[in-house]
Design a protein around this ligand. Sequence first.
Ligand code: SAM
Length: 226
Amino acid sequence: MSDEKVEIASSQLGTKDFWDKRYEMELNNFEEHGDEGEIWFGASAENRIVKYLIDTKTEKDVSILDVGCGNGSVLRKLRSKGFSNLKGIDYCQKAVDLSNAVSESEKEENEELINIQFEQLDIISPRPDFFTSVFDVILDKGTWDAMSLSDERDRRLKAYLQFLDKSLIKGGRFIIFSCNFTFEEMREQFGNSSIEIVCEVPAAHSFSFGGKQGVTSTGAVFRKTS
Ligand SMILES: C[S@@+](CC[C@H](N)C(=O)[O-])C[C@H]1O[C@@H](n2cnc3c(N)ncnc32)[C@H](O)[C@@H]1O
């Protein structure tokens, strides 16, 4: 096993304890200083998600679920662009509290903003009643990256695929952004007989290193076929 794999396997980012502590701190920061916390993979990844949805002529009222929503930033960005049926889930209650607090403070500034629903849910062991609704679009920005940093990666991937199967409408899209996996690796992990790969989300910016072009995160789009 390479050094890199040893480092990944022992990462704290794969544990709930890490995220509970982090969002407790971020919620305190928001309450004390108005700092909403980190935007994972930067604003450019959010912009790519929004641009992809708009470029593919996605209706503004489709139901969109963000899994592992963190501080709810991507959903708030979608709201600012007119998307109106938005829900975020995260297994940390403090992330849900932070998302609600930031979202409400934006609404105080602009009363016309719609409400975003945020809910505590572990996608590995979801409550059965969660599946009473299905979604047109499911987003993941950095959540599978964090979840996969565990010795339990295979079991978690299986549970994640079951979650997608139950919560994505037939014909619906799953859009995932990663800094850990290549497009091909994501295709191998998430593509199966009922979820097919559609495309890679184009990069907004790329960097050049050693004569090679690269992007900071990779976005992949899948569609549920059955
Ligand atoms: C790298 S952060 C990304 C947060 C957010 N998507 C963003 O882009 O800002 C990973 C997020 O996944 C959440 N998470 C990890 N495992 C989860 C699980 N099993 N169910 C729900 N959320 C989970 C963490 O609490 C954290 O908010």
